[in-house]
Write a protein that binds this ligand. Structure first.
Ligand SMILES: *[C@@H]1O[C@H](CO)[C@@H](O)[C@H](O)[C@H]1NC(C)=O
Ligand SMILES: *[C@@H]1O[C@H](CO)[C@@H](O)[C@H](O)[C@H]1NC(C)=O
Ligand SMILES: *[C@@H]1O[C@H](CO)[C@@H](O)[C@H](O)[C@H]1NC(C)=O
Ligand SMILES: *[C@@H]1O[C@H](CO)[C@@H](O)[C@H](O)[C@H]1NC(C)=O
Length: 341
């Protein structure tokens, strides 16, 4: 190639890069419209409720750490999105990163093989930092809704998104997050003031880490809200059916963080909303349930607990984790950088 061609290519590359950086800067400067316009303050009733719960749980001796809760249910091959299937081997690889996660961890599974793997991953952490619980999915509230959900999904006119509105067991697994958090709280299987749900694959980018890391409360954490990563701006015009029909996502369900009293309230809101949605013949995954909960358009339902969102407007599914101390990738994949284009 001649020198002119090289100069040409380099200047094109520079212009594209510059444009990308400008766009990135523009995204970062956008306001958080949910927190500024829609998020509601804390009511006196809630304060009383929280004081009540605090005395119930006797939280005075709990540490300021975060206990993480995660789970794996063997659903066989789940067809997720247009490009890949996720099965045991994929989850096995992703979950190996739990050996680096220093937080106390409670792991639920219906797979003895996965239970053994987790004990192995966690063997270099203090013994009391890990609890592995074998559980059958049919013992859970979430899976008791499978028949009803299957019936809703089987309507030929119902929106079809695989697996969200196709596989009733996938939908139930998403509701099970809230069940399992509730179980952890009821059984007092934690010694921390804060709890976080993390999807089993949440540390998929940390499998090649070399050091342990520890998730902590982010600097802008609000003690009066449940924290989520915002993926897309909240659209207050969407109706519950519109949210399901567009497979719309506002906050990501991969990580849910909050104080244990607020989490208790949030779980009760969530379960109530699922019940109301089933009455209305509506269902999808937890991401749509949460969007619908805060749409203020689900008949007969008003959430007691409010959400705070965290975002840089870059559609980063791991943003909440990152501001809690998730190590940055050494080898950031291009797909990761360009995920929001
Ligand atoms: C708090 O506890 C008191 C005493 O048990 C009870 O009367 C009151 O209704 C509770 N308030 C709320 C908001 O749960
Ligand atoms: C939180 O957990 C980490 C790791 O287990 C530990 O080093 C730290 O002392 C704990 N912090 C508090 C406040 O308990
Ligand atoms: C584990 O035990 C140590 C020592 O007794 C204690 O400092 C720590 O807080 C415990 N961690 C958990 C998660 O219970
Ligand atoms: C969901 O699980 C039940 C019980 O294991 C099974 O009978 C059913 O076929 C599953 N549904 C799908 C869509 O895989």
């Amino acid at each position: 190639m001649t020198i002119q061609v090289w100069i040409y290519l380099v200047s094109i590359g520079g212009t594209v890069y510059f444009g990308f950086m400008l766009y990135h800067g523009y995204l970062l400067s956008m306001p958080n419209t949910w927190n500024e316009n829609h998020r509601q303050g804390f009511s006196k009733t809630l304060n009383v409720m929280i004081k009540n719960l605090t005395s119930l749980y006797g939280t005075d001796d709990l540490s300021d750490n975060i206990t993480l809760v995660t789970a794996y249910f063997d659903l066989g091959q789940i067809y997720k999105g247009p490009f890949h299937t996720q099965d045991f081997a994929v989850y096995q690889k992703w979950s190996s990163a739990y050996k680096f996660v220093a937080n106390p961890l409670i792991f639920f599974t219906d797979s003895e093989q996965m239970a053994e793997l987790f004990l192995l991953y966690r063997k270099n952490l203090p013994k009391n930092a890990t609890k592995v619980v074998l559980i059958k999915s049919d013992e859970l509230w979430a899976f008791s809704k499978a028949k009803l959900i299957k019936k809703i999904f089987s309507d030929p006119a119902y929106p079809k998104f695989s697996p969200n509105t196709i596989n009733e067991n996938y939908s139930c697994t998403m509701h099970a997050k809230y069940d399992l958090l509730e179980k952890v709280i009821k059984e007092k299987w934690f010694r921390t003031k804060f709890l976080a749900w993390v999807d089993i694959g949440y540390f998929r980018n940390q499998v090649d880490e070399t050091h342990k890391f520890h998730l902590k409360l982010p600097e802008d954490f609000s003690y009066q809200h449940i924290s989520f990563t915002e993926i897309n701006e909240f659209n207050k015009k969407l109706t519950p059916m519109g949210i399901i029909d567009e497979n719309a996502v506002w906050v990501g369900g991969g990580m849910i963080l909050g104080g244990l009293e607020l989490m208790t309230g949030f779980i009760s809101d969530y379960k109530e909303a699922v019940g109301r949605m089933l009455d209305e013949k509506l269902m999808s995954t937890d991401q749509q349930v949460i969007y619908i909960m805060y749409s203020n358009k689900l008949p007969g339902f008003t959430p007691k607990i409010q959400i705070q969102t965290h975002t840089l407007h870059t559609r980063d599914w791991f943003h909440l984790g990152r501001i809690c101390g998730l190590p940055v990738l050494h080898k950031r994949r291009m797909t990761d950088i360009f995920s929001y284009l």
